[in-house]
Design a protein around this ligand. Structure first.
Ligand SMILES: [Zn+2]
Length: 687
C-alpha cells in the first residue's frame, strides 16, 4: 500500500509526531447505526497519525460519513492520504479539496445508480430484464422464459390455481396441499444445485405471492413495489418496501410477454378474491371458523356496517353473538345493536334450505364431480413423485454397475446412494398406498350414491355429522348475499331481511332472546295478565301455565316461565296483587299516577337507592305511607316517568356538571348512590 502513496508530496505536512503515531486503513462503516454503536474507531482516533485509503473520495458513500471522517481527523490532528497525496484537514486548502472530492464522489455514485436504474427500466420495458422467476417457470439458455419443462412442477402450479378457484381461500388451498402432501417445485437460484428442482412444503405467504404474481397470467411486470423512505428502519437495508401496488402504479407491464398458466381475467379475479377475503368491516370477509353460519354476511340495519361475530364458550359449545361495533369503535358512541347468533342462524338456514331444495340434486352431482377431479389430480401428482423416485433408483443402479470394482471407495459410496434411493422409493410407495386407502382416486359408487341420496333430503344432508361447518358456510354464501337485521330498540323484536344472490329479498319479523323481562315489547300486557291472574287467586305454577297457553314467551324466548320467575315477577310488580288491598289497615291500593318507590325504580331500570336520593334532593315528589311498613309513594304520571327515564340515561356525572354551571355551586352527591343510614332503614321496607 505504501508503495502506491507518493508521500514525498506531503513531506512538509508530515510532522515528527505524526510518524510516532499509528497509521490506520479506514474501513467504511456502512450504516448510521453501526457508526453510533461501534465507537471503537472514534475512541482510537487519538492515537492515529495517518488514515490511508486507496482513493480517498471512495471512503464515503454519503457526504455524511465523509464529513464525519474529516471532522474526526481534524479534531485528532490526523492526516488523510490516498494515491494522489497527503491531506491535512486542518489546513483550509486541503479541507476545501477534501470537501470537493466528497461531493464529486457522491455525484458520481448518483450518476452510476441513475444510469443503472434507467438501464434496468429500459431492459424491463423491452421485457428483457432477467428477474428471478417464480415456481413453474424456467429460463432457457437463450434467456427466453418458458414453462418449467418438469411436468410435475407444472401440474402443481396448475393445481394451486385450480384449487383457489374452487375453494376460495389461501388457507383452504394450503390445507388441501398439506393434507395431500403436495409440494411445490422451485428451481434453485444459487448454490451448487443451481437450476435443479427443489421440492418445498407450501406455505401461506408463498401461495399468496403466487396468486398475486402477474407472471402466471403471462404478464411481464417490473416495479410492483416501491421504497417508502418514511417506512425505512435504521440498519435494515430492504425495509420500507411498499409491496402489492395496483397494476396502474407498476413501472412496466407487458401483457402476453410470458407463457401463461392462467388468463388475465382469472388473475384479476384472484386478486379481487384475495382482497375480499381480508376481513375488514368494508368487505364481506372469507367464511370464518366458528358455528355462526352467516357471520360476515350479517349487516346492521341501523348503520349499514357488518356485524362482528364473537363467541363465548358455554355448556352447549360455542355461543355466538352478533354485535355492531362500528359506531363504538369509530366514534365512541353506543353500539347500534347486538344479539345472540343462534335464532338468526336458524332462521337463515331454514330459509336457505327451503330455497335450495330444487337445485340440490344438480348441485350434489357437480360437487361429487369436483371432489373426484381434485382427488384425481392429487393422485396424478403422487404417481409422478413415484416415477421420479424410480428414475433416481435406476440412475443409482447404473452408476453403481458402471463403477470399476477396483475403485472400492467410490463403489461403496455409490452402493450407499443406491440403497438410499431404493429406501426412498419403498418409503414413497408405502406412503402412496396409505394415501390411496384414505382417499381413493375416484369416489366409489357407494359414495356417489350416498351423496345423491342425501341430496334428495337436504335438511338431513345439512345436519349430517359429516357435513362440517366449513362445508356449510360456502354453500350459504353461494346463495345469500347479505342478511340485514334491525332490532326494535332493546326489545325482543328483530326485523331480518335476507338478500339472495340475484337481489330478491325475504323479510321476516323474528324474536331474539333478551336479558330482562322489562325489555320485552309485550311487558305491559304480560304484567297486566299476571296481575289479573294473581288477583283471581292463581298460584305461580297455574299462572305460568296460563301464560304459556296465551303465547307469552320468556325473555330468553322459552315457551314457559318457571314458577320461580313468576313469583319474582309478582314480587317485583310494586303493587303486589295480594297487598293491593291492605287487610291490616283496610285501605285500598295506590291511585293512578302513583308508584311505590321500588316499583318506579324498576320501571326506569335504575337502583332504588338512586331514586331515593333524587327524592331527598327534591327532584321527584312523593309522600311516605302512613301505614306500616311506611313505604314511599311517588307521584309520577307517564310524562314524568319518561322525564325520569331520560334523566337516568344521561351520562354519569352529568347532573353534577349541570348544576355546577347553572348556579356555580357543586352539589353534595354522596347520597346519589349511598343513602344515609336513615335512608337505608326506609329503603328496607321498599322491597
Ligand atoms: Zn350499526
Amino acid at each position: 500500500m505504501s508503495a502506491m502513496l507518493p508521500l514525498e508530496h506531503g513531506d512538509d505536512k508530515i510532522q515528527g509526531w505524526h510518524r510516532d503515531r499509528l497509521a490506520v486503513i479506514y474501513v467504511r462503516q456502512s450504516s448510521r447505526q453501526q457508526v453510533a454503536d461501534h465507537g471503537e474507531s472514534t475512541r482510537t482516533m487519538g492515537h492515529v497519525g495517518l488514515v490511508l485509503g486507496l482513493e480517498m473520495s471512495r471512503l464515503a458513500r454519503a457526504g455524511r460519513d465523509w464529513h464525519q471522517l474529516i471532522e474526526l481527523c481534524t479534531l485528532a490532528g490526523a492526516l488523510l492520504a490516498d494515491a494522489d497525496g497527503v491531506y491535512d484537514p486542518d489546513w483550509y486548502n486541503d479541507r476545501l479539496l477534501l470537501g470537493l472530492k466528497g461531493t464529486m464522489t457522491e455525484l458520481e455514485l448518483r450518476l452510476i445508480r441513475q444510469r443503472m436504474a434507467s438501464g434496468r427500466l429500459a431492459r424491463a420495458g423491452r421485457g428483457e430484464l432477467a428477474v428471478p422467476l417464480p415456481a413453474g417457470f424456467a429460463r432457457r439458455a437463450s434467456g427466453e422464459v418458458a414453462l418449467d419443462p418438469d411436468e410435475q412442477v407444472q401440474a402443481v402450479v396448475r393445481l394451486v390455481f385450480g384449487l383457489f378457484e374452487q375453494l376460495g381461500t389461501v388457507h383452504a388451498v394450503l390445507r388441501f396441499l398439506a393434507g395431500h402432501q403436495v409440494q411445490i417445485g422451485m428451481r434453485e437460484r444459487s448454490g451448487p444445485g443451481k437450476g435443479e428442482v427443489a421440492w418445498r412444503a407450501p406455505h401461506q405467504q408463498g401461495l399468496v405471492n403466487m396468486l398475486r404474481n402477474p407472471a402466471y397470467a403471462g404478464i411481464c411486470a417490473y416495479g410492483r413495489s416501491r421504497t417508502d423512505p418514511a417506512r425505512r428502519l435504521p440498519g435494515r437495508e430492504h425495509s420500507g418496501r411498499a409491496r402489492g401496488l395496483e397494476s396502474g402504479q407498476w413501472l412496466v407491464r407487458i401483457d402476453g410477454a410470458l407463457p401463461a398458466y392462467i388468463s388475465v381475467e382469472q388473475y384479476e379475479r384472484n386478486l379481487a378474491r384475495l382482497a375480499a377475503n381480508r376481513a375488514r368491516a368494508e368487505s364481506m370477509g372469507a367464511p370464518r371458523e366458528g358455528p355462526a353460519l352467516p357471520g360476515g354476511l350479517v349487516a346492521c340495519g341501523i348503520c349499514g356496517h357488518r356485524l362482528q361475530v364473537s363467541y363465548e364458550a358455554s355448556g352447549q359449545g360455542l355461543t355466538g353473538r352478533y354485535c355492531c361495533q362500528r359506531r363504538h369503535h369509530t366514534y365512541g358512541q353506543a353500539r347500534c345493536q347486538q344479539m345472540a347468533a343462534r335464532f338468526l342462524d336458524e332462521h337463515v338456514v331454514a330459509q336457505v334450505l327451503s330455497a335450495l331444495a330444487p337445485a340440490a340434486l344438480e348441485l350434489s352431482v357437480t360437487a361429487a364431480a369436483q371432489a373426484g377431479d381434485r382427488r384425481a389430480e392429487a393422485d396424478r401428482i403422487w404417481r409422478q413423485r413415484l416415477e421420479r423416485a424410480g428414475f433416481a433408483c435406476d440412475r443409482a443402479r447404473r452408476q453403481y454397475q458402471l463403477a470399476e470394482p477396483e475403485n472400492r471407495l467410490v463403489a461403496r459410496q455409490l452402493e450407499r446412494e443406491r440403497e438410499a434411493a431404493l429406501a426412498e422409493r419403498a418409503h414413497l410407495g408405502e406412503e402412496y398406498q396409505r394415501y390411496q386407502r384414505a382417499r381413493p382416486a375416484r369416489l366409489s359408487a357407494a359414495e356417489l350414491a350416498a351423496i345423491r341420496a342425501l341430496a334428495s333430503d337436504i335438511p338431513a344432508l345439512w345436519a349430517a355429522p359429516t357435513t362440517t361447518i366449513a362445508d356449510r358456510k360456502p354453500l350459504l354464501r353461494a346463495v345469500v348475499e347479505s342478511v340485514q337485521v334491525t332490532a326494535d330498540g332493546a326489545t325482543e323484536r328483530v326485523h331480518a331481511a335476507i338478500t339472495w344472490a340475484g337481489g330478491q329479498q325475504t323479510h321476516a319479523g323474528l324474536r331474539r332472546p333478551v336479558a330482562r323481562t322489562g325489555q320485552l315489547s309485550y311487558y305491559p300486557a304480560l304484567t297486566e295478565r299476571i296481575r289479573a291472574l294473581a288477583g283471581q287467586g292463581l298460584g305461580s305454577a297455574a299462572i305460568a301455565g296460563q301464560l304459556a297457553a296465551e303465547g307469552f314467551r320468556t325473555p330468553r324466548q322459552h315457551e314457559r316461565f318457571h314458577d320461580g320467575e313468576i313469583q319474582q315477577l309478582i314480587r317485583r310488580l310494586g303493587p303486589r296483587p295480594g297487598l293491593d288491598h291492605d287487610h291490616r289497615t283496610d285501605q285500598g291500593g295506590l291511585g293512578p299516577g302513583q308508584w311505590w318507590l321500588a316499583a318506579l325504580a324498576r320501571e326506569i331500570s335504575m337502583p332504588a337507592a338512586t331514586l331515593f336520593g333524587w327524592l331527598k334532593r327534591g327532584w321527584i315528589t312523593g309522600r311516605q305511607d302512613t301505614r306500616p311498613p311506611c313505604r314511599w309513594i311517588i307521584t309520577a304520571d307517564s310524562a314524568e316517568v319518561e322525564r325520569l327515564r331520560t334523566l337516568h340515561q344521561l351520562p354519569a356525572g352529568y347532573h353534577n356538571r349541570r348544576r355546577w354551571t347553572d348556579d356555580g355551586t357543586p352539589i353534595e352527591t354522596s347520597t346519589d348512590k349511598e343513602p344515609g343510614n336513615h335512608a337505608r332503614e326506609d329503603l328496607r321496607s321498599l322491597h
